[in-house]
Design a protein around this ligand. Structure first.
Ligand SMILES: Nc1ncnc2c1ncn2[C@@H]1O[C@H](COP(=O)(O)OP(=O)(O)OP(=O)(O)O)[C@@H](O)[C@H]1O
Ligand SMILES: [Mg+2]
Length: 403
């Protein structure tokens, strides 16, 4: 086996922890999956690690499976930071171009971004990623890459995305507990959208909705750049819990019913009766319509919240690239038609591509997106950081959390 460099990632989900080890295939421009594993998550609530010991154990076991399959030793992984604490804000910076001949150098770009980063934050919050939206040279707007252009006054508008310091520490600690180092922590909605959005959708304006077990991650792009991101504390676990209460069954049975009879949630109405024998020996019966009555309002509520997020940035029903639905919840049958109507936008299911031999699976988008963001970062570090649609990452050193 060739020993070409590998990239490893772990998606610390509320429902499922997933790990992957890949090798880049330079000719095909894709990735060869050397090892992949997933296990039921533990110690994660609505996207946030609240028990690093428990989560660390699951990460360790999952990564061990992936390592065995890959036949590689891995000690660094990219991991995702998620949860409703994630916030985004926009900020502006202004500098005078330093060179006498007025040619804009990389140093000027670095300085203007630095100037845009001088906003105050409460001590419990930190910025994790910066996305320059545009540069303005002597009042000429809409410049994506000012390097080598001429001007006196350089301005920029950035989108800064961050979260609570303690939550990224908890995640970093969980990774360390699994005997791994975090190469970097990447914001979950950013990783997910990296795997599923086409450059045309990004340009036209599109929203990615990652319907996970405990969260619905939203990221909106326009003119090639990030415009907004937010994480809602609702997911398929809410549907499962509603079914448990509505049909008076335990959580495992409710999860089974949700997945087995998923077509009843949004599909054609049916009064057909279903019978199910539980592991306890007890038999339950219910009408398929009951599942719809329980689950459909919950999905309506989730997508009404998504619509509210779009309203905040005046993009509701105004994104020609449409809604790209991904995450485990995207497997609910008929959800594309439902979302089209609810959001009034074109809709498709987003899955990661060019990861051979992975099957098209929307629940792997964040995991594959972490690999792609990791690769972007390594390429940026290898060369000079540029801002042609790429993102600037404030690298975090997690060794400091070793007790
Ligand atoms: N066929 C299906 N129908 C409905 N839901 C499904 C189906 N398959 C998987 N799911 C749901 O997808 C969830 C897992 O999705 P995913 O892996 O995207 O979530 P996660 O990343 O663990 O959670 P989060 O992103 O919210 O932290 C499961 O908990 C399950 O409820
Ligand atoms: Mg997820």
């Amino acid at each position: 086996m060739s020993k070409a460099p590998t990239i490893a990632a772990v998606d610390v989900g509320t429902g499922v922890v997933k790990a992957i080890i890949v090798q880049k295939e330079p000719e095909e421009g894709g990735f060869k999956v050397l090892g992949k594993a997933e296990n039921i998550s533990s110690g994660v609530r609505k996207g946030v690690v609240n028990d690093p010991d428990k989560t660390g154990k699951v990460i360790q076991a999952t990564m061990a499976e992936a390592k065995r399959e890959a036949g590689r030793e891995i000690d660094e992984v990219y991991a995702n930071i998620n949860g409703m604490h994630i916030f985004c804000l926009s900020s502006k910076g202004l500098i005078s171009v330093s060179r006498a001949d007025q040619e804009i150098a990389q140093d000027d770009i670095d300085r203007v971004i630095e100037a845009a980063k001088t906003f105050s934050l409460p001590v419990n919050k930190e910025i994790l990623q910066i996305f320059p939206r545009e540069f303005i040279i002597d009042r000429e707007k809409g410049i994506k890459n000012p390097l080598g252009l001429y001007g006196v006054r350089l301005e920029t508008e950035i989108i800064a995305v961050g979260g609570f310091v303690s939550y990224s520490k908890n995640l970093g600690q969980a990774v360390l507990n699994a005997d791994l180092q975090a190469s970097d922590l990447i914001l979950d909605p950013i990783a997910t959208s990296r795997a599923v959005l086409t450059s045309q959708e990004k340009e036209l304006g599109a929203v990615v909705v990652d319907l996970g077990a405990g969260t619905a991650g939203i990221s909106v792009y326009e003119e090639g750049d990030l415009l907004h991101t937010s994480v809602l504390p609702v997911g398929t676990n809410n549907i499962r819990n509603d079914i448990a209460i509505g049909l008076r069954v335990d959580i495992e049975t409710a999860e089974f019913i949700k997945n087995k009879f998923g077509a009843s949630i949004l599909g054609p109405k049916s009064t057909k009766k279903e019978k199910l024998k539980l592991s306890s020996g007890e038999e339950i019966s219910f009408q398929k319509n009951e599942i719809r009555k329980i689950a459909e309002p919950r999905l309506e509520e989730i997508f009404d919240e998504v619509e509210k997020e779009l309203k905040k940035i005046s993009r509701n029903r105004l994104l020609p690239g449409g809604a790209i639905l991904t995450g485990g919840g995207a497997k609910i049958p008929h959800i594309v038609d439902f979302v089209k109507k609810r959001l009034g936008l074109p809709c498709r299911i987003g899955v990661p591509r060019r990861f051979s031999p992975l099957e098209d699976d929307p629940s792997l988008s964040t995991l594959c997106g972490l690999v792609l963001c990791g690769m972007d970062l390594e390429e940026e570090e290898g060369g000079r950081i540029n801002f042609k649609g790429a993102f600037s990452k404030i690298k975090k050193i997690f060794q400091v959390f070793i007790p």
